[in-house]
Ligand binder design. Structure first.
Ligand code: BV8
Length: 232
């Protein structure tokens, strides 16, 4: 039984990290184009570096919640037949114990050197232009995928999506592509599709199974029922 789980900002909401589109969301006070595009970075690098420094600090003080921990439990039950693909750039999945994890939109705790393309793990601020550990140039940016940039791991993710038996979408509004297209791709290859979300998202194709509620409640419930019923 192969399962692929796609997570979005909603799974980290109860850990205190704001989502993008809910009221008071992340982009509030910040135009997406200003902080999450290469053009915005070229226009005002300090604004963008400060925006991500603030989010890196916020993520460092947040804790994984029962939804993150339930997915780590499911990975322990299924092993190689399980993969989490996250749109999130926080490290709450890792800190909950997830290992089989793809950050398709990059990570706050990694930097990208514009001079040598090194991607060092990074936990400090970038605003004061620290030197790249690999080449020494002061050309580090957040290693996150901005709009118009190529997401990471699309080949691995695509292979997993077309060969899974169950595709689970958790805490995402399904607004951003190519992530938002995975549920239709999974369904086209015969997977059962499940949505665990605060409220039903406007996905291109309807999910086979929808559980509405807080991720910290519905994700452990779905995982526990699945582990009991489907790994006998
Ligand atoms: C690409 C990292 C080419 C940075 C992010 C024109 C020009 C260029 C591209 C495009 C274009 N038009 C369209 C595109 C494609 C574009 C796109 O999709 N645009 C949208 C706006 C239409 N995509 C791209 O540019 C992507 N790259 O296309 O490259 C390409 C691709 C493939 C092949 C060839 C070429 C790159 C997009 C990546 C952008 N970077 N993040 C950062 O984090 O700062 S996107 C960012 O926003 C997230 O990563 C995530 O993907 C998205 C936010 O969505 P969600 O996670 O779903 O969060 P949201 O707030 O929307 O929803 C939260 C949900 O949780 C809600 O449903 C809510 O009800 C629920 N919820 C809330 N609380 C809870 C809860 N659920 C449960 N419990 C709770 N407590």
């Amino acid at each position: 039984m192969r399962i692929v789980v796609l997570t979005g900002a909603g799974i980290s909401a109860e850990s205190g990290l704001r989502t993008f589109r809910d009221s008071g969301g992340l982009w509030e006070g910040h135009d997406v184009d200003a902080v999450a595009t290469p053009e915005g970075f070229e226009r005002d690098p300090d604004l963008v570096l400060r925006f991500y420094d603030d989010r890196r600090r916020a993520a460092a003080t947040a804790d994984p919640n029962p939804a993150h921990r339930a997915l780590a439990r499911l990975e322990r039950a299924l092993g190689d037949d399980f993969l989490v693909v996250t749109q999130n750039v926080d490290d709450l999945h890792e800190r909950a114990g997830s290992v089989r994890l793809m950050h398709m939109h990059g990570e706050l705790n990694r930097a990208l050197c514009r001079a040598c393309a090194a991607r060092p793990e990074w936990h400090a601020d970038l605003l004061d232009r620290p030197a790249c550990p690999a080449c020494g140039e002061r050309t580090l940016r957040p290693d996150v995928v901005w709009f118009g940039e190529m997401p990471y791991g699309l080949d691995v993710i695509g292979d997993a999506v077309v060969s899974c038996d169950i595709f689970v979408s958790i805490g995402t509004s399904g607004a951003v592509y190519p992530a938002a297209g995975y549920v239709a791709l999974a369904a086209a290859y015969g997977a059962r599709t499940v949505e665990l979300n605060l409220e039903p998202s406007d996905a291109d194709v309807p999910f086979d199974e929808v559980w509405s509620g807080l991720a910290s409640v519905v994700v452990p419930r779905w995982v526990d029922r699945f582990i009991v019923r489907d790994t006998r």
